[in-house]
Design a protein around this ligand. Structure first.
Ligand SMILES: Cc1ncc(COP(=O)(O)O)c(C=O)c1O
Length: 388
């Protein structure tokens, strides 16, 4: 017998069981990998599945899990976080306007400004902590307010309830990239945001072994539109990725707790280090929006950034001197990762724009993994000593 999982079940239970049922044919406890591109039809046009670019049988169970973990009704899995953004942006048309923050993931900036702009989409990049400025832009009838919170890499927190309410007043769709917080620590739909997207390549997968994405909403029609774009522009996720994603999600709560604990330990250590100018971690009282983060998130996640008193060369020396912490672009993994936004994830942003937005040469971003914090701190201590 299989128990129906509802929103009344605890988060850990939902992470393991939501959307899961033993395979009807074999009783296998784990969903199989449906490695199939095409499906037989008993009669022309009569089918449950037709072609792998539209749908795969393994999408439904994991979509149910993702919807449950975001406290949403509907989800769509796609091939990457960028594919999730592409699907969302494809719903707009030439001349439509988007409000976005000054501080977003470099790939988002590249997709919006260097790709969609050429199809006639217009952007207002503004400070979303300034609600008066947001309202002024909303009065210009944009079609979308795009958010990231906490942002990448400056860990800025936006007031999701206030922004959701304001956008609703002007009939503007709100979309948030919730990758940094993960659905374990933040559920934006509960705060009045319309659409949540994730790079499943990060915390959801959790093991640096997949590239995937997801879109979650309470609006069935919107979800069906995402389905259409997945099929029409080829944003489908491959079956093996879906298998690994579902496996990774089972331990999401455990990993998130541990990543947060390690982020706290490293951030506290670095905060009092003489080579550090400032640590940005929403969990620390020194973070300018610590109280807002505590209000709208159930935890502070594993991401933090540090302004070192370093030149670009010293920054590069530090991040290449770690022995345990891995120098890599991604985040949200079991391994602690480090990167240098100015020369890695955000290098596509013009230098003057980077400077204007505070992405300095000494800024280094950490993604806490699940190792022992003592080992991580020892690694940081040794690497810092190597920078002269
Ligand atoms: C916050 C954030 N959103 C989206 C993405 C893009 O996701 P993907 O690499 O799965 O396309 C990234 C990738 O680093 C990211 O950091």
């Amino acid at each position: 017998m299989t128990k129906t999982i509802t929103e009344t079940h605890g988060y850990n239970t939902r992470a393991v069981h939501a959307g899961r049922k033993p395979n009807e044919l074999t009783g296998a406890v784990v969903e199989p990998i449906w490695q199939c591109s095409v499906y037989a039809q008993p009669y022309p046009g009569e089918f449950k599945y037709d072609y792998g670019r539209s749908m795969n049988p393994s999408y439904y169970p994991v979509e149910e899990t993702l919807a449950s973990l975001e406290n949403g009704k509907h989800a769509a899995v796609v091939s990457s976080g960028v594919a999730a953004m592409t699907a969302v942006m494809s719903n707009l048309k030439s001349g439509d306007k988007i409000i976005m923050p000054t501080d977003v993931y470099g790939g988002t900036y590249r997709l919006f400004k260097q790709f969609f702009e050429k199809f006639g989409l217009e952007y207002a990049q503004i400070d979303l902590t300034d609600l008066d400025q947001v309202e002024k832009e909303l009065k210009k009838h944009p079609q979308m307010l795009f958010l990231e919170s906490p942002t990448n890499p400056l860990l800025t927190i936006y007031d999701l309830s206030a922004l959701g309410e304001l956008a609703r007043k002007y009939g503007v769709l709100t979309v948030i990239d919730n990758t940094f917080a993960s659905p374990y620590f933040q559920n934006p739909l509960d705060l009045g945001i319309d659409v949540v997207i994730h790079s499943a390549s990060k915390y959801l997968g959790g093991h640096s072994d997949i590239v995937g994405g997801a879109i979650i909403t309470n609006d069935k029609e919107y979800r069906d539109q995402m389905d259409f774009y997945r099929k029409a522009i080829g944003l489908h996720a491959d079956p093996f990725t879906i298998f690994l994603l579902r496996r990774g999600i089972k331990t999401l709560p455990l990993r998130m707790e541990r990543c947060e604990k390690n982020a706290f330990a490293m951030a506290r250590y670095l905060e009092s280090h003489p080579k550090v100018e400032k640590v940005l971690y929403p969990g620390l009282p020194s973070h300018p929006q610590h109280e807002l983060a505590a209000k709208q998130m159930s935890g502070f996640s594993g991401m933090f950034s540090v302004f070192f008193k370093f030149t670009i060369e010293q920054s590069k020396k530090l991040i290449s001197s770690f022995e345990l912490i891995t120098l890599a672009e991604s985040l949200g993994a079991v391994e602690t990762l480090v990167e240098h936004p100015a020369t890695m994830t955000h290098q596509k942003i013009p230098a003057e724009v980077r400077k204007k937005h505070g992405l300095t040469d000494g800024l280094i971003r950490f993604s806490a993994g699940i190792e022992d914090s003592e080992d991580l701190i020892a690694d940081i201590e040794k690497a810092l000593a190597a920078v002269k």
